[in-house]
Design a protein. Structure first.
Ligand code: NAP
Length: 266
């Protein structure tokens, strides 16, 4: 089996990376950053986002696992003190693979047929660089609402505990193939109206955002942020690709939610 390690690059994460690399090599596993079977992320959930995007083209063959060197994470749920246990399990191939849904974002432009297509593990957000964001929201080719406000966020189920949660979105179990649209400070008065609640859309639904005025947008894909100019539309749907996580022991999603947000002893 071939492995790679993504470190947050602080001193402690790098020290753990060196230890894990030595242990796994001693077990006869091959360090291979080009085409690993398993990628160990050491840091936090943010580090796993970086690992995900680094191996974005190899999602069907790579399995991810995360060790947290800060607080317990949703993707980074192994403690540093468990590193030997984890290494032995990896070396003995004692793991199953669980798959979580991803978000596909396709950006179309006004004067070209070219598209930008992205995959997000957590979410994609749209904001206007300077003025209020004004977007027509279409669901399955039907006009749903005209949004005015700070921005919109479309999240995956596993990203629902991240930015989505801070925006008042629901926490969604990652076994559900869905995506969730949340508002950022929508303008609602007698003239302007939005639904004012998060929308959870199933896998076969498509959400298209169309600019009403200014066509330039700040678009985030997880931790990545890019200015897109002359945008015609932004389409979101549940991706056909999935992300694979190596699971070595039961650690139910709701236990992680509890341990992360309610009881901070872990
Ligand atoms: P960051 O601003 O350095 O960290 C954002 C925080 O979100 C970190 O504490 C990170 O955990 C946590 N996080 C990431 N994915 C998560 C998940 N699926 N569930 C729960 N918490 C999660 O940025 P970053 O490390 O590059 O991460 C980018 C992410 O930040 C975005 O995908 C977005 O979800 C999130 N974000 C959140 C807000 C907000 O809550 N208001 C605003 C902007 C962006 P670790 O400390 O374990 O890395």
């Amino acid at each position: 089996m071939k492995f790679a390690i993504q470190s947050r690059n602080d001193e402690y994460s790098n020290e753990l990376m060196d230890r894990a690399k030595t242990y796994l090599s001693d077990f006869g596993l091959e360090w291979n950053e080009q085409s690993p079977d398993i990628v160990i992320s050491i840091g936090g959930d943010g580090t796993l986002l970086h690992a995900f995007h680094r191996y974005r083209e190899q999602l069907s063959t790579v399995a991810f696992v995360g060790i947290h060197t800060g607080h317990l994470g949703f993707y980074a749920d192994w403690k540093p003190s468990e590193i030997e246990k984890l290494v032995i399990s990896i070396a003995k191939h004692q793991f199953e693979v669980i798959q979580y849904p991803l978000l596909e974002a396709t950006i179309n432009y006004r004067n070209t047929e070219e598209q930008s297509v992205y995959l997000a593990l957590n979410e994609s957000t749209i904001k206007s660089p300077d003025v209020t964001l004004v977007m027509d929201v279409e669901l399955n080719d039907s006009h749903f609402e005209r949004f005015r406000g700070d921005g919109l966020c479309m999240s995956t189920p596993s990203g629902s505990t991240a930015y989505n949660k801070a925006l008042g979105g629901a926490v969604i179990h990652p076994s559900l193939e869905a995506m969730q649209l949340t508002e950022m400070a929508s303008i609602n008065n007698r003239v302007f109206r939005t639904v004012g609640a998060p929308l959870v859309l199933p896998a076969h639904h498509v959400c298209v955002l169309k600019p009403v005025k200014a066509p330039d947008f700040m678009v985030t894909i997880d931790h990545l942020q890019l200015l897109h100019k002359d945008v015609k539309s932004i389409q979101y749907r549940v991706a056909k690709e999935k992300v694979r996580f190596a699971r070595f022991r039961p650690f139910p999603f709701w236990t992680r939610v509890h341990d992360s947000f309610i009881d901070s002893d872990v």
